[in-house]
Design a protein around this ligand. Structure first.
Ligand code: TYD
Length: 141
């Protein structure tokens, strides 16, 4: 779906010393990073998210544990499971997300294109559908 892309994160594997993953702003992910945050200490099977962003772009990966992310643009939907540290998702604007923590102590790390701004959130699904319908109709003109 547009605005959702899986990214295989670059890794340097080292059997003796352990693995390393890295990504670079504007090279591996399509924006500059202004903010980084993590979700952790989340109960098993708890669901977070239930919102979309009007313009924020994010890159998410799960360095420990497993999460399942349900995504929709209001027309199409997709479910993506992050089961290993080196697989991430780039989620750009206008995507509703629900993030289920499958394993205890899973960690979700998020790199974001903007500082925290509550005005960029759409937390009501009906409002989200109005927002995406607006976009869809504009696109069809
Ligand atoms: P929120 O993004 O709503 O998380 P979720 O949708 O998973 O519940 O964030 C939870 C709270 O944390 C909310 O009150 C806003 C605050 N917050 C910040 O202050 N800065 C941040 O960068 C983020 C992501 C959240």
């Amino acid at each position: 779906m547009k605005n959702v892309n899986i990214l295989e994160i670059k890794t340097v594997k080292d059997e003796k010393r352990g693995d390393l993953l890295f990504f670079e702003a504007e090279r591996d992910i399509p924006f500059l990073i202004k903010r980084f945050y993590c979700l952790y200490n989340v109960d098993e099977y708890a669901i977070r998210g239930y919102h979309a962003h009007k313009s924020l772009k994010q890159f998410m990966f799960c360095p420990y544990g497993e999460v399942e992310i349900y995504l929709t643009n209001g027309f199409e939907e997709e479910q993506i499971r992050l089961t290993e540290a080196s697989i991430g998702i780039i989620i750009e604007e206008g995507i509703w997300r629900e993030i289920k923590f499958i394993k205890e102590n899973s960690v979700l790390c998020v790199a974001a294109s903007e500082y925290y701004n509550e005005d960029d959130y759409i937390r009501d699904y009906k409002q989200f559908i109005e927002f995406t319908n607006g976009k869809y109709n504009e696109g069809k003109k």
